[in-house]
Ligand binder design. Structure first.
Ligand SMILES: Nc1ncnc2c1ncn2[C@@H]1O[C@H](COP(=O)(O)OP(=O)(O)OP(=O)(O)O)[C@@H](O)[C@H]1O
Length: 232
């Protein structure tokens, strides 16, 4: 690649197909979906229930293999990689945020953000400093030693966001990240999430039913007949 070549998309799905067999029926959920997300871009994924949002996130996050097509993380094709290489790539390059935070209850906020970095092989001190910086950026620097049960829902979700970006991923995938929060808290968490994505240049896909939040992202896409389409 020449020095002046633009950076590749953070995430690129090329002609992705994914189908499920349910009894005697075949469900063609993704039917040749093309979808690119650029570094620093935040894309809202808004589509009716059952159209394939989670499927798309699972394929993009290397949790499921497509039946056809290719998934690029940065410039790297992933479909032909073996399971251990896909797991490694997932740990380093992809962050996930779910509706329910899935934090480890017996660990503090800080430890929850340190752990994925240790699993990746980072030094404990470096990991601790990065976790502290991230949690401070997200406005919960005063809660580092609290366990999840001692935090509010919004605080828990901010810890989950810090954990998702702790390893400096290229791609952040979020499935209704504020769906479990009251509107005021959701707004605040969303705001900090956006700020973090902008600051870190991660490419983010956020599945949501909340059109108000979707309008505040860079771009909105939907899934229609198994294809990803721009909404506006
Ligand atoms: N592992 C699976 N086996 C069989 N069918 C599946 C599987 N996973 C998903 N499906 C089906 O594929 C379709 C799409 O599911 P998916 O979870 O991607 O939809 P969604 O758009 O995320 O929905 P929601 O907004 O309700 O979460 C659904 O009909 C679902 O039942």
């Amino acid at each position: 690649m020449s020095p002046s070549a633009p950076p590749p998309p953070a995430l690129f799905l090329s002609r992705v197909e994914r189908r499920y067999i349910q009894g005697t029926a075949t469900l063609d959920i993704l039917r040749g979906a093309d979808f690119a997300v650029w570094p620093g871009e935040i894309v809202a994924l808004v589509a009716p229930s059952g159209t394939g949002k989670s499927t798309l996130l699972h394929v993009a996050g290397l949790l499921e293999r497509p039946d056809a097509g290719e998934v690029y993380i940065g410039a790297r094709p992933t479909v032909e990689l073996d399971d251990s290489e896909r797991t490694r790539l997932r740990r380093v390059d992809i962050g996930f945020v779910y509706q329910f935070h899935h934090l480890l209850p017996e660990f503090s906020a800080l430890e929850n953000v340190v752990l994925p970095q240790l699993i990746r092989g980072l030094d404990r001190k470096v990991a601790g400093q990065r976790a502290t910086d991230l949690l401070t950026f997200l406005g919960i620097g005063q809660r580092l030693k609290h366990r999840p049960a001692e935090l509010s829902g919004g605080e828990q979700q901010r810890v989950a966001i810090a954990r998702a970006v702790a390893n400096g991923p290229r791609v952040l995938l979020a499935d209704e990240p504020t769906g479990n929060l009251d509107p005021g808290t959701a707004d605040h968490v969303f705001h900090t999430l956006i700020a973090l994505v902008r600051a870190s240049r991660v490419g983010a896909v956020i599945a949501t039913h909340n059109l108000d939040l979707a309008r505040r992202m860079d771009r909105r896409v939907t899934i229609r007949d198994g294809i990803v389409m721009q909404m506006d």
